[in-house]
Design a protein around this ligand. Structure first.
Ligand SMILES: NC(=O)c1ccc[n+]([C@@H]2O[C@H](COP(=O)([O-])OP(=O)(O)OC[C@H]3O[C@@H](n4cnc5c(N)ncnc54)[C@H](O)[C@@H]3O)[C@@H](O)[C@H]2O)c1
Length: 356
């Protein structure tokens, strides 16, 4: 696939900051795009080259922005459940309408492949405890997850002989990225363990969460880009591993083995009723090269090494730039972005956003 021209939206995010350099390493010709919500946060240096990146809001992209690319990998969204609740209207504007408009732009510009990062959170509250696969009815519990379902439906409807969308329903990610996130479960518990010696769960630890390492998500994206059209055309794949469906208290136990000497504390049963176990058989059938190389324990060890290397302090762990909700609240409170999450123009550059 050397030379394949790929545009990655959301390249400055948690997954994008790993995906961009990984694609370049593998010989893809990569351009990044991101509106830059989280550029304040960079936990450690990754010496690999990063793609040239344009600053643009996905809602302002049209066919001209995607012309000439062989594929678009679309990561740019308000990307987790609590964040999606902050302003549901804007979540729909960016995550649902923005993603569908981008897919339409790709189709109009003749981009043949569109890889969309959906989420296993579409399964939501799987109350019977049974395993969910791609045929199971989604049961989204949040605006974020509902948007994922709507994008799959509406972008799926655009599929034709010249346009192949692929939907990757990622499990909850973990592991190292320079654009670190401490608002996802394993990274969060590991950060607590290192900085406070307490593995602090906000729930009673009973909900199920499938996990997948960020490097394994990148592997799935690459396989989805390289696969023959018939293997992936308009297909949905859960991305993860059958061995990595955990209860949150098990994740805490694994973190406790890696960061020894910590106490584990539980919260009350939470109002958050998301709990799902997921089957990952389909991706291995269609993309036979796919295999998760990381396990939760290995990921916790990787984080421990990084925390040691950068001297992670409590202040760094709690810094807003690594927790998406806090960063966006800050951008709103300081009026850097408006009610619709567009950057506000600086007075001196009236009519133009500071970063565009
Ligand atoms: N991290 C996970 O656990 C996980 C799991 C399943 C699916 N996903 C999906 O993968 C994708 C990437 O996730 P991530 O964890 O890297 O998220 P992230 O929040 O770290 O990164 C998203 C990036 O998109 C950018 N962005 C947001 N809105 C934008 C807009 N309107 N215009 C342009 N750029 C915009 C942000 O600035 C950010 O850099 C998302 O679609 C997410 O829903 C992530």
């Amino acid at each position: 696939m050397a030379g394949m021209r790929v545009l990655v939206t959301g390249v400055d995010g948690y997954i994008g900051a790993v995906l961009g350099p990984t694609l370049l390493e593998q010989g893809f010709d990569v351009v990044g795009m991101d509106c830059g919500f989280y550029r304040d946060g960079w936990l450690y240096n990754d010496t690999r080259p990063r793609p040239i990146t344009l600053t643009k809001d996905v809602r302002r992209m049209g066919p001209k922005d995607v012309e000439g690319f062989d594929a678009v990998v679309h990561l740019a969204e308000l990307s987790n459940d609590p964040l999606g609740e902050l302003n549901e209207h804007t979540t729909y504007e960016i995550n649902h309408l923005g993603s569908v408009a981008l897919a339409r732009a790709c189709k109009a510009a003749g981009v043949p492949r569109f890889v969309y990062t959906s989420s296993c959170s579409v399964y939501g509250a799987a109350e019977d405890g049974g395993e969910r696969n791609e045929q199971s009815a989604p049961n989204p519990q949040t605006a974020y997850a509902r948007c994922k379902v709507l994008v799959e439906r509406d972008v799926g409807a655009l599929a034709d002989t010249h346009f192949s969308p692929v939907f990757l329903r990622n499990a909850t990610a973990f592991g190292a990225s320079p654009r670190m996130r401490f608002d996802i479960v394993l990274n969060n518990l590991a950060g607590f363990a290192w900085t406070t010696k307490e593995i602090r769960m906000t729930s009673d630890g009973t909900p199920w969460r499938p996990l997948v390492h960020v490097d394994d998500i990148c592997q799935a994206v690459i396989l989805a880009l390289e696969a023959p059209r018939e293997a992936v055309h308009n297909e949905i794949f859960n991305v993860g591993d059958d061995e990595q469906n955990y209860r949150i208290r098990e994740i805490a136990g694994i973190v406790g083995q890696v960061f020894d000497g910590c106490t584990v504390t539980f919260g009350p049963p939470s109002g958050d009723n998301r709990s799902y176990r997921t089957s990952f058989a389909k991706i291995r059938r269609h993309l036979p090269g796919f295999r998760c190389r990381w396990r939760a324990e290995l990921g916790a060890r990787q984080l421990r090494e990084i925390f040691e290397r950068v001297g992670l302090t409590e202040e760094m762990f709690f810094a807003r730039a690594f927790t998406r909700l806090e960063q966006l609240k800050h951008l709103i409170a300081t009026q850097q972005i408006d009610a619709d999450f567009y950057w506000r123009p600086l007075e001196s550059r009236a009519g133009r956003g500071p970063l565009e």
